[in-house]
Design a protein around this ligand. Structure first.
Ligand code: NAP
Length: 318
């Protein structure tokens, strides 16, 4: 089968760090074009544009990877689908649930592939954890997602704007893993969201979940103020007594204290393998569960105002 001719829209951090190398390494894709408002262009892109609408006119273009901030994703994806191009949506897949639902309908009518690329789900530990938990019931859950926003999102203003998701930008990765491995539906029962007093998106969040088991103790903590060891861990204990520990964002899995898997993260290789499979079969994959959990946290969350946030690293005390 001829490779899928793909274009990247928005050539920022994730497009350069992950999408470009994953596309280059996958013979099922050919990088046809890049659209960058700033005019950035990798040397192997046949065409480059500063306006993605011009790129969508390319008759040879099969699909686009939309790597912009989420606030503009719906409009771009809609135009891509209506132009007859399939679309990969970086996470979060849109700004609102209604926007994602709309895209699902448009993709269906246009008979094009729409793919919500939850990259964290493509860690080998996630598949292994889902298998280990199948048929079990979760008694205790602790998600700890703590990282340094200044390191991972330097100078990115959009994440602090309304609709930028704040700490849920990484937190949604944990929820995407949870939704993939949990054997039963999980609901947000309580949430506390900490907003810097000068920002419109939270810097930290604490969630309590519920499930079909009334006695289950299910919690998550997301924090963007962690300047020490970065933590992306999910601990689970089942009713039958099995203990699972997923660390390093899902690339390492321990079961009952034994490391059963510890692989270098290859998330975006998995993302593009799945996109190829969907494009080849003419199917879509629209998974809105992680997105719904975040929306629910914003819907029922208690809001606390905390210290203002500035991007500059604060001076060390003493
Ligand atoms: P980023 O570095 O700010 O890049 C986003 C790029 O999108 C910008 O550099 C700009 O590129 C383009 N863009 C911005 N506003 C636009 C607009 N109004 N219309 C069209 N294009 C626009 O952000 P990022 O970190 O790459 O994140 C992008 C998405 O990937 C987010 O949804 C994020 O959650 C997700 N993601 C990020 C990471 C990470 O570690 N950073 C990891 C996984 C997923 P041009 O100037 O080139 O057009």
């Amino acid at each position: 089968m001829a490779p899928h001719r793909i274009g990247i829209i928005g050539f920022g951090k994730i497009a350069q760090d992950q999408h470009l190398p994953a596309i280059r390494a996958n013979p099922d894709f050919e990088l046809l074009a890049v659209s960058s408002q700033r005019g950035l262009s990798p040397e192997d892109a046949k065409y480059t544009f500063t306006d993605y609408r011009e790129m969508l006119k390319l008759p040879d273009l099969d699909a686009v990877a939309i790597c912009t901030p989420p606030q503009v994703r719906h409009d771009i994806a809609k135009q891509a689908l209506l132009a007859g191009k399939s679309a990969l949506l970086e996470k979060p897949p849109a700004a609102t649930l209604s926007e994602l639902e709309d895209l699902k309908g448009i993709a269906g009518k246009a008979n094009k592939t729409l793919f919500t690329a939850w990259h964290a789900q493509h860690n080998a530990g996630v598949t292994a954890a889902a298998k280990a938990l199948a048929g079990q019931s979760i008694k205790r859950l602790r998600i700890t997602w703590k990282e340094d926003v200044r390191h991972w999102h330097p100078g990115q203003e959009w994440i602090w704007q309304a609709g930028g998701f704040g700490v849920f930008d990484p937190g949604i990765n944990a929820l995407s893993i949870l939704s993939r491995i949990a054997p039963d539906p999980i609901f947000v029962r309580q949430a506390t969201l900490e907003f810097p007093s000068n920002r419109d998106a939270p810097i930290a969040a604490a969630l309590t979940f519920s499930s079909s088991r009334a006695d289950a103790d299910l919690q998550a903590v997301f924090d963007w103020r962690e300047t020490g060891t970065q933590i992306w861990d999910i601990e689970i204990e089942t009713v039958a007594g099995t203990r699972l520990l997923l660390t390093k964002g899902g690339s390492c899995l321990e079961i009952d204290g034994k490391v059963v898997l510890d692989e270098a993260s290859a998330e975006y290789e998995g993302v593009y393998r799945q996109f190829d499979a969907l494009l080849s079969k003419g199917q879509s994959e629209v998974d809105d569960i992680p997105f719904r959990l975040v929306a629910d946290a914003f819907m029922i969350g208690r809001r606390l105002s905390v210290d203002p946030f500035t991007d500059a690293t604060p001076p060390k005390a003493g």
